[in-house]
Design a protein around this ligand. Structure first.
Ligand code: HEM
Ligand SMILES: *[C@@H]1O[C@H](CO)[C@@H](O)[C@H](O)[C@H]1NC(C)=O
Ligand SMILES: *[C@@H]1O[C@H](CO)[C@@H](O)[C@H](O)[C@H]1NC(C)=O
Ligand SMILES: *[C@@H]1O[C@H](CO)[C@@H](O)[C@H](O)[C@H]1NC(C)=O
Ligand SMILES: *[C@@H]1O[C@H](CO)[C@@H](O)[C@H](O)[C@H]1NC(C)=O
Length: 683
């Protein structure tokens, strides 16, 4: 009984309860260091994914009595695993998604909707163990689902490998349910939660399948389906393809009304034992609904759509005590396509309220009719939507590894390929041109530094959007972010220098300009890389980004912590970077000529500040009027940020070291060079 071992071993191995850490520093599990990232990518290169897929295919059809496979295959079960792992993704902050493999940990593993997925993960342990650390759990979950689709005849676009596992579930704490999520994104009525939360119901992947708040109302349910899929960047055609494609396979489980038993958080050694009969096989309880959606739930087809259109659907409570819909086999509605099977001869099929919503919404219904009549439209839409579903949180295609990576997709916002080092000018030449410009024009020091900072600080480590690669600071919406008002003028200045260096991108000159400015002001910038490229016209790479720190005058401490975490910085590093205000040309922290010092911390901590809201004011040592933003004031008053500011004020070396570390991270976070590329492009 290998599986039984795996099932008891895995929950124990998953470690401490992250609820305890709520309110603490969420940046402990991630971000992964640049070195760790490159080393992991090299380990992924060693994995033979074709062999993993072969192992998966034999796993699908090898039933384990500890959790017997329905219809002789685990394939549908693994599709649900991959979908629930990926479907937590939300565009609001890039959190969620399968990269990180956090479904192994609380809070996600104990969500109602992840009931019994501990068994699916346990069934994969032998394969994980066989292939070693280059095969992450995140990759294995997604590949299991993708291979499952393919093995049952479904259309598959490819596979982007390279998900890097997190050490714990802390990055999912903001998804809830817990106190930290309530502080960041309160949800007053669970079932009607709004953005930035990814779902209407905290603890569910998307909507309540039974209908809003458990009421089987397909009209209201349809609105919720649209709303929640939009929050993960899925439009109507993608949404209908995904739901119908997923529910082409497998079944719901709800043998009796007694429930699934305790979650892993409640009972880590024997979670979800099931309260019906034996708890497994025909007695399984997962969602509390019972039955398949189609008459052939182990083969790819568009029967889900023809069924929706061909039968009248009646609602009643099923064996699990929840409302579900059954097909009235005697009445076929006025359907454009012929019924697939005589239902009297097959296992009863069912629909969830969320499925029925697709024929109650006129826009959804049109798509259902298209997929029912034109299977190739369905195949094409599903293959693309599935790949996007499972890969979206991976960020740019440069993160994708393995031999099955499809061409760059629109959701990856493709940039031109990384240039060969030999086609680029030597970094030293560019730096010396920049530095002689800055010594002739010292007022450009703060301008260059702040443009590089604006360009790079849009990055979010959750889904790898933002950052200076692409130089999207030139384009909308970033061009209009607060703080970028003077960017165009600075860009013209940089363009003049760039014109001396063929093949150097705008993104590179912005970053190198910032580096030269920091060095001119006496700071250290750490490793310097070139090889960035510029986003083409019409690029949408910043469509989900918005100003998080600069210009956000409503920010509170929970959101500031969150923003620091998204940047991949520690609190100390963030506070050190704030010391860069010391370079500001005018206003708050003017010191001329620009020199990086701890003066900002001195003024912030030691002056008397007036005002109820930003801009706060104080009078400086030379009687000058100083201003502070809401973020400055949070650094002054928040216990942890204040402690960092005190430490930096008292130790100039520590300040320079932390500043350099933070600056270097910010400038490189969005680059996914291989070890070989790093050797050539970074110095
Ligand atoms: C509105 C969105 C959705 C809702 C409310 C929903 C709901 C459900 C429910 C209640 C179950 C039964 C779980 C159980 O009792 O075992 C289920 C199973 C399943 N779902 Fe979905 N689902 C949705 C979207 C999707 C999507 C997008 C996919 C994949 C592309 C998918 C794939 C599956 C599969 C394959 C199963 C069968 C698992 C098995 O046989 O063990 N679902 N879904
Ligand atoms: C999700 O959780 C809700 C509430 O517990 C439950 O009614 C529903 O059946 C679950 N759905 C799935 C897919 O597990
Ligand atoms: C949804 O997005 C996909 C992929 O970008 C696109 O092919 C499709 O036309 C879009 N559908 C709608 C209704 O906009
Ligand atoms: C099926 O539809 C027929 C005709 O409308 C109706 O008489 C019958 O009661 C329905 N059966 C069920 C199970 O609802
Ligand atoms: C610029 O790049 C092109 C294409 O890679 C290359 O052929 C050319 O030699 C490069 N120019 C210089 C001056 O390196």
């Amino acid at each position: 009984m290998k599986l039984a071992l795996a099932l008891t071993l895995l929950p124990l191995a998953s470690g401490a309860c992250p609820y305890l850490e709520a309110g603490g520093d969420p940046s402990t599990g991630s971000p992964h260091s640049l070195e760790a990232r490159a080393n992991f990518a090299a380990a992924v290169d060693e994995i033979d994914f074709a062999e993993v897929m072969a192992d998966l295919k034999s796993r699908f059809v090898t039933s384990d009595p500890a959790w017997p496979a329905d219809y002789g295959t685990y394939a549908p079960f693994f599709i649900r695993l991959a979908w629930h792992c990926s479907g937590s993704y939300r565009t609001s902050d890039g959190r969620g998604g399968c990269d990180g493999g956090r479904q192994r940990f609380d809070p996600e593993r104990s969500w109602d909707n992840n009931t019994n997925l501990d068994k699916a993960r346990g069934l994969l342990w032998d394969i994980k163990q066989k292939h070693g650390p280059g095969l992450s759990w995140g990759d294995l979950f997604v590949l299991a689902g993708t291979t499952a689709i393919e093995s049952m005849g479904g259309p598959v676009l490819g596979f982007c490998a390279g998900r890097m596992d997190d050490a714990d579930g802390s990055d999912s704490i903001p998804l809830g349910p817990n106190a930290e999520q309530q502080a960041l994104a309160p949800c007053e009525v669970n079932g009607e939660c709004e953005e930035p939360l990814g779902s209407t119901t905290v603890g569910l992947i998307y909507v309540n399948p039974e209908g809003p708040m458990g009421k089987p109302d397909p009209v209201v349910s349809g609105g919720q389906v649209r709303d929640t899929f939009l929050r993960m960047a899925m439009n109507d055609t993608e949404t209908v393809a995904l739901i119908g494609g997923g529910h082409a396979f497998g079944k719901t489980h709800g043998a009796c009304p007694d429930g699934p038993g305790e979650s892993p958080a409640e009972n880590p050694t024997h979670p979800w034992a099931g309260n019906c009969g034996t708890g497994v096989g025909v007695d399984a309880f997962t969602s509390g609904f019972e039955g398949p959606w189609t008459t052939d739930p182990t083969s790819w087809d568009n029967e889900y759509f023809t069924n929706l259109l061909n039968y009248d659907w009646d609602v009643a409570k099923g064996p699990g005590g929840h409302y579900q819909w059954s097909a009235n086999s005697t009445t076929a509605a006025d359907s454009p396509v012929a019924p697939t099977a005589d239902l009297a001869d097959t296992q009863p099929i069912m629909m969830l309220t969320s499925d029925i919503s697709l024929i109650n919404d006129p826009d959804y219904k049109e798509i259902v009719a298209d997929y029912a009549a034109n299977p190739s439209n369905f195949d094409d839409a599903f293959a693309h939507a599935w790949y996007k579903l499972v890969s979206r949180d991976m960020g740019p295609i440069t993160r994708c590894k393995g031999g099955e990576v499809p061409d760059a997709q629109p959701f990856q916002y493709p940039l031109p390929p990384t240039p060969a080092a030999s086609s680029l000018p030597p970094v030293a030449d560019v730096m010396s041109a920049l530095k002689s410009h800055l010594s002739a024009s010292p007022s450009s020091v703060p301008a260059f530094a702040s443009l590089a900072f604006s360009c790079a600080s849009t990055f979010r480590r959750t889904d790898f959007l933002g950052g200076c690669d692409g130089a999207r600071v030139r384009m909308e919406p970033e061009r209009s972010f607060p703080g970028n008002e003077g960017a165009e003028e600075v860009l013209r200045e940089l363009e003049e220098i760039r014109s001396e260096f063929p093949n150097l991108s705008v993104a590179d000159i912005i970053v190198l300009g910032g580096n030269a400015a920091i060095e001119a002001a006496g700071g250290d910038v750490g490793t310097v890389c070139i090889g960035r490229t510029d986003a083409p016209d019409g690029d949408l790479g910043s469509e989900y980004l918005f100003p998080r720190i600069a210009g956000n005058e409503d920010i509170d401490i929970a959101h500031l912590y969150d923003s620091i975490d998204l940047l991949g910085l520690t609190k100390m590093e963030f506070v050190a970077l704030s010391g860069g205000h010391d370079l500001a040309q005018e206003g708050a922290w003017a010191v001329n000529p620009a020199k990086l010092s701890v003066g900002y911390f001195d003024r912030l901590l030691n002056l008397e500040w007036d005002g109820e809201a930003a801009p706060y004011t104080a009078v400086g040592a030379d009687n000058e009027k100083l201003f502070a933003t809401e973020v400055d004031m949070l650094v002054r008053v928040d216990a942890q940020l204040q402690a960092a500011a005190q430490a930096l004020l008292q130790d100039e070396d520590l300040f320079k070291q932390q500043f350099g570390k933070a600056w270097g991270k910010l400038m490189q976070n969005d680059l996914f060079f291989s070890n070989e590329e790093r050797a050539e492009l970074c110095a």
